[in-house]
Design a protein around this ligand. Structure first.
Ligand code: G3P
Length: 225
């Protein structure tokens, strides 16, 4: 379900992409991606997962808990994500950080239920460590650039290339994404040139005045020449 080049749009808890608006944005992303060869996935808030999954794009949860079914209250069960139509989950986003042992358990539980894992890590050394948990994707995201519009691929290119190098050393089958500040098609193109197989982005699309134009721009940057 998650192919590369991959563009993941994280809806975070932005009001612009909550509830009914989450579905509207997913529809625009779906139509903007059609025929481009770029896989576009979205990460809405948990209550919006099922309805957004109905749009037809691959849908990821923003967070999952490494639990088994049982008496747990207020947690997110991998099985529930699957049943809601998610294809996987982000893990350890810098806005929802986990301890390394929790990350490993999340990756394991997601794999058990047949869901993909996209593990975020703030810097290349942590990327190397989490790659040993055999997630499907590692996304390097320096937190200080998140939401700034200053793209990691442009202002810290060495972070992307180093993350790719270290992850591939551990396990060449783990795919590497990058995120933080990615705003334009050019930022995306640069990320792919550095060896990333896709990007994780949020504000440049979710908070854009013209969703369609913003979506077409970033998706265009991921198209193979
Ligand atoms: O999950 C994506 C993210 O943290 C990057 O956010 O707003 O810099 O694209 P943004």
């Amino acid at each position: 379900m998650l192919r590369t080049p991959l563009v993941i749009v994280n809806f975070k808890a932005y009001a612009e992409a909550t509830g009914r608006r989450a579905v509207e944005l997913a529809k625009i992303l779906s139509s903007a991606s059609r025929g481009t060869g770029v896989c576009v996935a979205v990460a809405p808030q948990a209550p919006d997962l099922r309805e957004v999954a109905g749009v037809g794009l691959p849908v990821l949860a923003q967070h999952v808990d490494p639990l088994r079914p049982g008496a747990h209250t207020g947690w997110i069960l991998p099985e529930a994500l699957k049943e809601a139509g998610a294809v996987g989950s982000l893990v350890n986003h810098s806005e929802h950080p986990l301890k390394p042992e929790e990350i490993e358990r999340c990756v394991g539980r997601l794999r058990e239920v047949g869901l993909a894992s996209v593990v975020c890590a703030a810097e290349p050394e942590l990327c190397r460590r989490v790659a040993s948990f055999r997630p499907d994707f590692v996304a390097v995201e320096p937190p200080e650039l998140i939401g700034t519009g200053r793209a990691v691929s442009k202002v810290r290119p060495e972070v992307v290339s180093e993350a790719v190098r270290l992850v591939k050393e551990v396990d060449p089958s783990v795919r590497v994404l990058c995120g933080a500040g990615i705003s334009t098609g050019e930022d995306v193109r640069k990320a792919l040139e550095l060896g990333a197989e896709g990007v994780l982005l949020a504000s440049s699309v979710v908070k854009a005045k013209d969703w369609r134009a913003a979506a077409e721009d970033v998706i265009g940057g991921a198209r193979r020449a």
